[in-house]
Design a protein around this ligand. Structure first.
Ligand SMILES: Cc1cc2nc3c(=O)[nH]c(=O)nc-3n(C[C@H](O)[C@H](O)[C@H](O)COP(=O)(O)OP(=O)(O)OC[C@H]3O[C@@H](n4cnc5c(N)ncnc54)[C@H](O)[C@@H]3O)c2cc1C
Ligand SMILES: *[C@@H]1O[C@H](CO)[C@@H](O)[C@H](O)[C@H]1NC(C)=O
Ligand SMILES: *[C@@H]1O[C@H](CO)[C@@H](O)[C@H](O)[C@H]1NC(C)=O
Ligand SMILES: *[C@@H]1O[C@H](CO)[C@@H](O)[C@H](O)[C@H]1NC(C)=O
Ligand SMILES: *[C@@H]1O[C@H](CO)[C@@H](O)[C@H](O)[C@H]1NC(C)=O
Ligand SMILES: *[C@@H]1O[C@H](CO)[C@@H](O)[C@H](O)[C@H]1NC(C)=O
Length: 893
């Protein structure tokens, strides 16, 4: 399995400007429908091209193939270019191309999640028609058979060209600034790409009755054997689904001989050491009861034995996780850190999100609890827990130990305009309820110039107790249960040093899942707890392990998925300048490195990528609901803007938004966002639009600020209409809600809740959930401090329960199941990009297309990110997608 990512776009946002397709006849006489675009990858000389030729719609036997022509601009440092046969980089057939000397190499790949693509093992076959290379470009014309449908590890997907007039094939592209290390090897490892984007080719324009004649060229040129339906042809530049040792991403490591935790029976077993699990483990262990905390990932911070670090940190007690200025490295290189079984970014290391995030740390706005949560979890109930969190982990606005704020121009520019427009300057964590027309410096959990947070506080005190034990590199597959009574958990070594077997809880004991908004639902599904359609998928995937269907507990696990909706604008101002935190990872500026290592001072003690002003605005909708907006400004371009004087200002639509999504499991047991939670109704859209209008107006108070995205002459309505609703464009990495807390038990028809107000899973005696999953709705701010507060509060409730299991709730089988209850309207067809995309707004001409760039610009907590999820078609659910969205834009409904 290859472990280098291509799913993430790195650093500055460059992107193609919207491409237009035109007719083009190549030297072989093949008529292509072809796009030309600038990949904006550093060092490229000239533009890229991709053309497509398709058989007539009547040739139904040929509907799974096409002839392609790819022209790739070279860079001095080498390159590769990949094409995705769908509009996202994950869960789709990828064709990767590069040069080995003068020869064009090709390889089919497939990525399950936010991880490196594996060698594709399905049926696709590539035959060369012609190939060439000159000083500036390489060119490949190829026949791709079996390329519009794919299957990897039982997960299927497809984008078979439609026969309607205006249907478009949406393709993703990605280009890198380095060649594979072993270019001669068809299975060569590839390094993450530098930029990516999407385009859509109108199918009808690519069809040609001469198609079959052209396919015969595939055998005649380039000395390549005729295409064979399966197996790998080995002529140069051929790629096929080679049978390979590709294994599902989370198969794990070998089991060690001795398992020191399986010989003990525990009072509490907590699964997942992130924002929820770590504080909970500390609080429960204070009681003297035995607590086992099981984390799938490896140690992160140097404090816990972590080792991942650049050379300049060798010899210190720090890793990449400990230095605030390196936090954005997660977007450049997440191998061995990001979860391999989740289609969006999540940290699978000790600390979870709190090890990889930007450390923004916000005292809860009381409205967040009052509006979202049931009785017992209102702001007044939770306030003591919030206070305890901030006693242990205070916030700072000046993370550098010398008290200086470095490169403050970005803050000054945005705050200056807002102040002039009448917004109030606050220290946000001092006045958490003031979230309307207020702005603040970013508040962070950093301490001592290092990351700090739960890893440096709660986990330290827990670890000092004899009754507490932490094991890492160990994954929990499922809970073991008899009806609603949990007796233990099944563990599996995830990495070397992890453990295997069954760990038991006492008869009075409790198991608490804190594996995150995707990890927790996955464990529930594999334990026979969830909607029937999901349990059926697991049963098919691991029939001998799955609990008997008579014992299934049907709850709406995975529904109610939520995230902040991210919408970016980009400005420029002469006073700001970009600081290259990405470069600082390997090549920090000497003075900045020394100041950090000697005194924990300087810009590297601050969060990348220079987070500037954070501000809030409330908008009351026509439906009477007040919606919360948070904006986070950073000094970094995105979308098509690469100016060093650019700032990206990301709007998050939070509390009050009523749109929700869904996460599901696929046949390879990976979690996907099968329905993104973004803007499903007009009131949510109206709030986003009103926020942008207000900001456009407020920023006009500084005439030196130029809003470059959206373009000046574009209306906000038009801008939003063309802004994709996929996770790659809209995620803020603030996933929550997939196991909602509430009084309406999901065991009953129409019931929506998975846990009760003790955080106990309905229908079970002693299974609890304490992590982002239980939040019924989105909050005002980046959520980690609120999740820690929820863990503090839940710990009191759990400790307060009688040791005997509480009265069993009868398991009802009456809940309506079936996928129809969960019809997926939108799947997240995404690009591998990061922040999204821009130019597409303006583009989309009537008969050609578009879609450019993706910026990236890595977010703080986030902006949009790369990758993601699921075109897979399982559970009988046929996802639509961005394809549908673009087709709509193209005039087809
Ligand atoms: C890149 C990024 C930047 C962010 N920036 C910010 C920010 O600046 N401020 C902020 O407030 N929030 C931020 N967030 C969000 C915040 O970090 C998350 O909301 C929070 O960490 C979620 O907490 P959790 O306990 O639900 O899950 P997590 O913190 O994700 O913890 C879950 C843990 O469970 C483990 N796990 C999963 N499955 C298993 C299993 N089967 N067995 C054992 N262990 C398992 C995982 O490895 C992980 O360690 C960011 C998130 C990301 C990804
Ligand atoms: C190199 O190849 C590209 C792509 O085919 C072509 O556009 C370009 O003109 C060629 N350059 C030269 C110098 O022939
Ligand atoms: C691959 O080929 C097999 C055998 O012909 C067929 O059953 C399967 O559906 C094909 N898979 C795809 C994704 O086309
Ligand atoms: C396919 O490629 C693999 C890996 O390169 C090789 O081991 C195998 O022999 C090839 N199979 C065929 C049929 O050429
Ligand atoms: C379990 O095994 C470990 C390692 O073999 C040992 O240190 C520990 O004391 C044992 N615990 C119990 C309760 O037997
Ligand atoms: C590193 O060592 C310093 C000095 O002893 C200490 O203050 C800091 O907390 C340590 N950091 C980590 C991550 O271990």
């Amino acid at each position: 399995m290859k472990l280098t990512h291509i799913t993430v776009a790195l650093s500055l946002a460059y992107g193609a400007v919207g491409q237009v397709f035109n007719p083009f006849t190549d030297s072989n006489g093949i008529d292509f429908w072809q796009a030309t675009w600038n990949t904006k990858v550093k060092g490229t000389k000239g533009e890229a091209q991709w053309g497509i030729a398709l058989p007539p719609a009547s040739e139904t036997g040929l509907k799974n193939e096409y002839i392609g022509r790819l022209v790739v601009p070279k860079t001095n440092s080498g390159t590769w270019m990949g094409l995705s046969h769908a509009s996202e980089m994950t869960s789709a057939l990828l064709l990767i191309t590069w040069l080995d000397g003068d020869e064009v190499k090709t390889s089919f790949r497939y990525a399950t999640g936010y991880v490196a693509p594996e060698i594709y093992t399905g049926n696709a076959t590539l035959s060369v028609i012609s190939q060439s290379s000159n000083k500036t470009h390489y060119e490949l014309t190829y026949l791709c058979e079996g390329c519009w449908s794919w299957e990897q590890d039982g997960v299927i997907g497809s984008q078979v060209p439609a026969t309607t007039a205006s249907a478009a094939q949406i393709m993703g592209w990605a280009q890198a600034t380095s060649a594979p290390t072993n270019p001669g090897d068809a299975d060569a490892d590839i390094k993450q790409h530098a930029n990516d984007g999407l385009f859509g080719a109108v199918v009808a324009s690519a069809r040609n009755s001469a198609y079959t004649k052209w396919t015969s060229l595939a055998t005649a040129t380039a000395g390549t054997p005729a295409a064979t339906p399966t197996g790998n042809s080995t002529g140069h530049a051929s790629a096929t689904g080679a049978p390979s040792s590709a294994v599902p991403s989370a198969t794990g490591a070998a089991c060690p001989r001795s398992n020191p935790v399986t010989n003990q029976t525990w009072d509490y077993i907590i699964v997942g050491a992130g924002a929820g699990g770590i504080p909970l483990a500390d609080k429960l262990s204070e009681s003297g009861k035995s607590v086992l905390l099981i984390e799938r990932g490896p140690p992160s911070s140097g404090r816990w034995g972590g080792t991942m670090k650049p050379d300049w940190l060798v010899g210190t007690n720090l890793t990449r996780f400990d230095v605030p200025g390196l936090d954005n490295q997660i977007w450049a290189d997440s191998a061995g850190i990001a979860c391999t079984d989740i289609g969006v970014m999540a940290g699978c290391v000790l600390g979870g999100g709190t090890a990889v995030n930007a450390g923004l740390w916000w005292r809860a706005n009381p409205d967040d609890f009052d509006y979202n949560f049931p009785a017992g979890w209102k702001a007044a109930d939770v306030e003591p827990a919030v206070a305890r969190v901030f006693d242990r982990i205070p916030f700072t606005e000046r993370p550098s130990m010398d008290g200086v704020l470095y490169k403050p121009e970005g803050y000054n520019v945005v705050a200056g305009a807002l102040a002039a427009a009448g917004w109030q300057n606050v220290s946000a964590d001092g006045v958490p309820a003031r979230k309307n027309f207020t702005f603040s410096h970013p508040d962070h959990m950093f301490s001592g110039g290092e990351r700090g947070g739960p890893l440096a506080t709660y986990l330290v005190t827990a670890s000092e107790r004899k009754n507490f034990k932490l094991i890492t590199n160990t994954s929990v597959n499922r809970v073991i249960r008899s009806g609603g009574k949990i007796t233990g958990v099944e563990i599996k070594a995830f990495l070397k040093g992890g453990q295997c077997g069954t760990v038991k809880v006492k008869s009075t004991g409790k198991v608490i899942l804190s594996a995150g908004a995707f990890g927790t639902p996955k464990i529930l599904f594999r334990s026979g707890i969830g909607p029937q359609d999901q349990l059926e998928i697991v049963k098919k995937a691991e029939p001998t392990k799955m609990v008997n269907s008579a014992q299934w507990i049907n709850l709406p696990v995975g529904d109610n998925l939520d995230d902040h909706v991210n919408t970016d604008i980009v400005i420029t101002h002469p006073n700001v300048s970009f600081y290259d935190f990405y470069k600082a990872y390997d090549h920090p500026i000497k003075a900045d490195k020394e100041s950090y290592l000697e005194d924990r001072s300087g810009i590297l003690a601050q969060s990348a990528p220079n987070l500037a002003t954070v501000f809030w605005h409330e908008i009351e909708g026509d439906d009477g609901i007040t919606r919360q907006l948070q904006w986070t400004a950073r000094v970094e371009g995105s979308h098509v803007i690469s100016s060093k004087k650019a700032m990206t200002i990301s709007q998050y639509l939070g509390r009050g938004a009523t749109s929700r999504g869904r996460t599901t499991i696929n046949a390879a047991l990976n979690m996907v966002v099968s329905k993104p939670p973004y803007l499903h109704n007009k009131h949510d859209v109206a709030a986003v639009a009103a926020g942008i209008e207000t900001l456009r107006n407020s920023l006009s108070y500084d005439p030196a600020i130029e809003i470059v995205y959206p373009p000046k002459n574009q209306t906000t309505a038009k801008f939003l209409a063309s802004y994709p609703l996929t996770t790659s464009y809209r995620s803020a990495n603030h996933w929550m809600g997939s196991c909602k807390m509430g009084l309406d038990s999901g065991l009953r028809n129409e019931g929506t809740s998975v846990v009760d107000t003790n955080a106990k899973v309905y229908g079970t005696d002693n299974l609890f959930i304490v992590d982002a999953s239980i939040f019924p709705g989105m909050v005002s701010t980046n959520p980690s401090a609120l999740i820690v507060a929820a863990a503090e509060h839940a710990s009191q409730l759990i400790l307060g329960l009688a040791n005997n299991s509480s009265a069993p709730v009868p398991v009802s089988s009456s809940r309506a199941l079936s996928s129809s209850a969960h019809t997926v309207a939108w799947s997240s067809f995404e690009t591998a990009s990061s922040s999204s995309m821009a130019g597409r707004s303006s583009a989309v001409p009537a008969n050609s297309t578009v879609v450019g760039p993706t910026g990236t610009g890595l977010p703080t907590s986030g902006s949009p990110i790369a990758t993601a999820s699921s075109p897979s078609t399982n559970g009988g659910v046929q996802p639509l997608s961005m394809r549908a969205e673009l087709k709509h834009a193209l005039g087809e409904s």
